[in-house]
Design a protein around this ligand. Structure first.
Ligand code: F6R
Length: 250
């Protein structure tokens, strides 16, 4: 596990993007796992810059979004279909035909989830998974007490997650109650994972993920078993880390 503590959120985005490009190692057609939310925005912005300078070319990358709300209209600006298109596909010059988002609008979300998991397998698995973390320790929408063996499936969102995401909607009751998410086992099988977190509201979740016991009460703690995990945080999100001498401080 590599832990990088940056001065601020801006530096974290730059460092995370550079580490991703290094991890991809020139692979012209990598399979990416794509997070939405606020955390990776700086990272995506710097990847866009690197794309414009020719430092990386993601035009042949395939991508699988981590999650999508259930029963949301895809035209809604906060559907992850739209968010992924707006914040990732268009700015990074990805081919929309190669990018998939779980089908949260399907009549049968259980079947849609199984098919999504299958599509990841058929693509050969995820080379590099980009993650954020919820204040409650969720990754994807794997809320506390999700099974470590879980696969892509529909899940209920906790009250805390719905409250955290209310900022994206006109009113809290518009936040969907369920989502389809890649499972913890799905995420763990990614060949490399980079998790980015910034801000003091993430400090407790980051401390428990890295230095706490591995427990389903804190789903991100499963990443302690990941063979190739990089965590990039700013000072505020890293503030609860005790064993600082083992971490790279920029
Ligand atoms: C997003 C996702 C979530 C977020 C997490 C943090 O696709 O799966 O796990 O990464 O909720 O959200 P932000 O970054 O908005 O604080």
């Amino acid at each position: 596990m590599d832990i990088v503590i940056c001065r601020d959120a801006e530096q974290a985005g730059v460092v995370a993007a550079e580490l991703i490009v290094k991890k991809l190692g020139g692979n012209p057609a990598p399979v990416l796992g794509l997070a939405t939310g606020s955390s990776p925005l700086g990272l995506y912005a710097h990847l866009k810059h690197m794309q414009s300078t020719g430092e990386v070319d993601l035009s042949r990358a395939r991508g699988f979004a981590l999650d999508e709300y259930v029963a949301i209209d895809y035209e809604h600006p906060e559907s992850y279909h739209n968010v992924i298109r707006r914040t990732v596909v268009e700015p990074l010059g990805l081919d929309p035909e190669l990018i998939q988002v779980p089908d949260g609008a399907a009549d049968d979300v259980a079947l849609a989830s199984v098919l999504y998991e299958k599509a990841i397998q058929v693509a050969g698995g995820i080379d590099l998974q980009i993650l954020g973390i919820g204040a409650n320790g969720h990754i994807g929408f794997n809320e506390p007490f999700s099974s470590f063996g879980s696969r892509t499936r529909a899940v209920p969102l906790t009250a805390q997650t719905r409250a955290d995401n209310a900022r994206f909607f006109d009113s809290p009751d518009q936040v969907p109650t369920h989502a389809i998410t890649q499972g913890l086992a799905t995420i763990r099988e990614s060949r490399a994972t980079l998790l980015i977190a910034t801000g003091e509201h993430k400090a407790s979740a980051i401390g428990r993920m890295i230095e706490g016991p591995v427990a389903v009460a804190h789903p991100a703690s499963i990443l302690q078993f990941h063979p190739d995990l990089t965590v990039v945080v700013d000072e505020a999100a890293g503030a609860r880390l005790v064993d600082g001498e083992h971490f790279l401080r920029l």
